[in-house]
Write a protein that binds this ligand. Structure first.
Ligand code: CDP
Length: 225
């Protein structure tokens, strides 16, 4: 038995998070949403009025930020912040914080620790390239922007946010651009990642594809839970 790491990277709205979560449940291992750390720190800078150039304060926040997941909910230092983390205000600011090298180092270190507790599925932007370059399985999800925006609009409405589609298209296009062009660990496909275009796929197909791909090279018994 060994601890395996499954990395799922890709732009917003490609279905990484839901696929990652369902896949982890199916394998009986941990699921970690790395973007939640960037969103949580961003949320804390907003409510505490911290500016983007106050790097030391941002880093201190990141060091003391601990997240946990329970069903569909995310808890930050034991407070349920599921809805707050998805707000447009957080989405519009998060990529500006995610450029900060020292912040990325703090979050990356926290993310790597999860491997000590067992196998895991982690989704994000730099999981297969920087956080776990030796991940056992790497997937890179892509999808048409209109489909991604429609999915995001649906997700947001489930959290109680009604947002026009063109606002969402602008938000994700702008965030993709910032994430792909930043100097520190930009969003890019790892050379050995399997590319999955999810434009015409439903969630079950995505999960099934990733699950079957994994089981082609490892048996369930070999995976440490
Ligand atoms: O699923 P979606 O792309 O909307 O976002 P997320 O996973 O919640 O991540 C939000 C933002 O955090 C991204 O747009 C990136 O700016 C940043 N992020 C990152 O830089 N590195 C990661 N591993 C995960 C997220």
């Amino acid at each position: 038995m060994r601890n395996i790491v499954v990395a799922i990277d890709g732009p917003a709205g490609t279905g990484k998070s839901i696929t990652g979560k369902l896949l982890a449940d199916k394998l009986g291992i941990q699921y970690i949403d790395s973007g939640a750390y960037y969103r949580a720190v961003t949320y804390l800078t907003i409510i505490n009025n911290i500016k983007l150039n106050e790097i030391n304060k941002i880093n201190d926040i990141a060091k003391s930020c601990n997240l946990s997941w329970e069903d569909e909910n995310i808890f930050m230092n034991n407070v349920n912040v599921t809805k707050e983390m998805r707000s447009l205000e957080v989405s519009n600011r998060v990529s500006s914080l995610a450029k900060i090298k020292s912040l990325r180092e703090i979050i990356t270190e926290k993310l790597r620790k999860y491997k000590e507790y067992g196998s895991l599925v982690m989704d994000g932007k730099d999981i297969g390239t920087v956080v776990f370059p030796d991940a056992d399985f790497k997937f890179f999800f892509t999808s048409d922007i209109n489909v991604r925006a429609a999915r995001r609009q649906q997700d947001l409405s489930e959290y109680g946010y009604q947002i026009q589609i063109d606002k969402i298209i602008n938000e994700i296009a702008r965030r993709d651009e910032m994430d792909m062009t930043r100097e520190e660990s930009p969003l890019q496909i790892a050379p050995n990642a399997i590319k999955v275009d999810t434009t015409y796929m439903i969630i079950e197909e995505q999960v099934d594809f990733v699950y079957k791909t994994i089981l082609q090279s490892i048996s369930l018994e070999e995976i440490n839970k």
